[in-house]
Write a protein that binds this ligand. Structure first.
Ligand SMILES: Cc1ncc(COP(=O)(O)O)c(C=O)c1O
Length: 511
């Protein structure tokens, strides 16, 4: 029997820091400059303030206490996080420590490359590791996340077709309705027309549909496999062959690499380019759209179009190759989020080829264990139940039967699970092809006991949905905040990004 935790997050009635303090309170007493020294007149008169800044006045202790309270209210979680499609991993303290060392933390990308040899070597070596895992010829780390790496592909494809004088003809990108929305969105931003293939009963689009969609107008196809439902398209080789016959470029979105790490190579399957999420698969902290890294790799044929600079080795020296006349331009400033790259490198070196292979096996076994156990809870339905093939590292599930029976939806179940100290699961990206979805992913990290706990909490919440549906619908109850109403975000008069905007909007609301 799994013991359910008795949990209550820390809850402080903590004001905003701008509302704290009182005149005269000080954390630090600065010595006033000696009038004789001339320091106070070093700034031009026009730059001197005539009034005091509107900042709260607090002691050092009060500042510490304020931020400690805030951290207790968020870090009160750190439960079991089976957040699917994002492969949550443990971010080791050792790699965190390594990136905090001044030798790395104090580097600046404008330094002369001769003084950056250590970090350039690490990035060059990670490039080599990713080449070995994918068969590609060159990686870059500029993209600030998976979606950004998909955009890199769209930009590279545009530059490639432009260079051949065929951009006016190759105007289409083909993908599936189950691709992550960033695939069609980035292709559209780069100016391509998107063709979305529907799914068949087996969970992926038919080859016939692909054949009908690709033509001399196709610039590229973008595919993730296994997809975000955990379904592996076994016809992938044929897909690439069909697309290549039509002359298109093929891009492998490897967001779900965890289930196939070390088992297949994008290049062997015929792809021209792929991306790995260092923040998901390679143990660097999650965070999309900026503080993450989507490592983008491609064949030698596409390499001239990559964003500059490329980290190369000339003799014994690492250099930043900026001289790339065919480059598609920058995707992001400098060379990307370097501490994340170093963490991913530490993870890959720590795991080794065998460890990476084994981690993939464990993640698939863990998911299939979960699949079996979840199938025993009534009110849940596995997506595409007619598929007999085992799922990979995650499975999209549905709470539709429970919803029909009790009126309790997937948001309410996630909120109520948080009352037991379980981090909310990921439901599904849009559009919801599966009603009332949830997508748990155990990965190689969580122990059998952790997974059992997660399942036991879900089973308990399903039971509560039947017995006391209001309790579940109004959850969370043991967290510092109640339900966040999504519609608030659609109304700019009800949220503010700065203290001044908050004051202005609050005054307007009162009036
Ligand atoms: C298949 C797939 N591709 C791309 C992305 C986008 O990644 P990111 O959130 O790092 O931008 C995701 C995110 O979950 C994904 O599942």
């Amino acid at each position: 029997m799994t013991r359910l935790p008795q949990f209550h997050a820390a809850k402080w009635d903590e004001p905003l820091v701008m509302e704290l303090g009182r005149p005269g309170a000080r954390g630090q007493l600065f010595t006033l400059p000696d009038p004789e020294s001339g320091v106070d007149t070093a700034l031009p008169e026009a730059l001197l303030r005539s009034d005091r800044p509107a900042l709260p006045e607090l002691t050092e202790f009060e500042v510490q206490r304020h931020y400690l309270h805030l951290s207790q209210m968020t870090l009160g979680m750190m439960g079991v996080s089976l957040f699917g499609t994002c492969t949550m991993k443990y971010n080791s303290k050792t790699s965190e420590f390594a990136t905090l060392r001044p030798e790395l933390a104090e580097l600046h990308p404008y330094q002369h490359p001769e003084t950056l040899q250590g970090v350039l070597e690490i990035m060059h070596d990670l490039d080599a590791i990713l080449r070995a895992l994918s068969g590609m010829d060159q990686f870059i780390f500029q993209a600030g996340g998976g979606a950004d790496a998909a955009y890199t592909m769209a930009a590279v494809a545009r530059a490639y077709w432009q260079d051949r004088g065929m951009l006016h003809q190759r105007t289409e990108m083909v993908t599936s309705i189950q691709a992550h929305p960033c695939n069609p969105a980035t292709a559209a931003s780069a100016g391509f027309t998107v063709i979305n293939l529907p799914l068949e009963e087996n969970g992926y689009p038919s080859l016939e549909a692909l054949k009908a969609a690709v033509s001399e107008r196709t610039a590229l196809i973008m595919i993730n496999n296994p997809d975000d439902m955990g379904i592996y398209n076994p016809e992938i080789r044929e897909w690439v062959r069909v697309a290549k016959e039509a002359g298109a470029l093929c891009f492998y979105d490897h967001a779900n690499f965890n289930g196939v790490m070390g088992k297949l190579s994008a290049r062997e399957l015929g792809f021209d380019a792929c991306m790995f999420m260092l923040h998901k698969t390679f143990g660097a902290p999650k965070a999309g759209g900026g503080p993450a890294v989507g490592a983008y790799g491609c064949s030698a044929e596409l390499a001239p179009y990559l964003p500059a600079p490329i980290i190369a080795k000339s003799g014994e020296t690492y250099v930043l190759d900026e001289d790339r006349p065919k480059s598609c331009g920058k995707i992001r400033e400098f060379w990307g989020n370097v501490p994340q790259v170093v963490k991913a490198y530490a993870w890959a070196r720590g795991m080794g080829a065998e460890g990476i292979n084994l981690a993939s096996d464990i993640s698939v076994v863990a998911n299939n264990y979960m699949d079996k156990k979840l199938g025993e809870i009534s009110g849940l339905a596995r997506s595409n139940p007619e598929i007999s093939l085992r799922r990979m590292e995650m499975t999209r599930w549905s709470l539709q039967p429970l919803y029909e029976e009790t009126g309790v939806d997937t948001f309410a179940v996630a909120n109520r699970m948080a009352d037991y100290g379980i981090d909310p699961y990921w439901m599904s990206h849009e559009p919801w092809l599966v009603p009332q979805p949830f997508t748990p992913e155990a990965g190689e990290l969580w122990s059998k006991e952790d997974i059992d706990l997660w399942i036991a909490v879900l089973a308990k919440v399903v039971e509560e949905a039947r017995e006391t549906p209001e309790l579940v619908k109004t959850a969370p109850h043991n967290q510092p905040i109640a339900q966040v109403k999504g519609e608030v975000f659609d109304d700019p008069s009800r949220w503010a990004m700065t203290w001044r905007a908050y004051q202005r909007k609050r005054a307007a609301a009162k009036a």
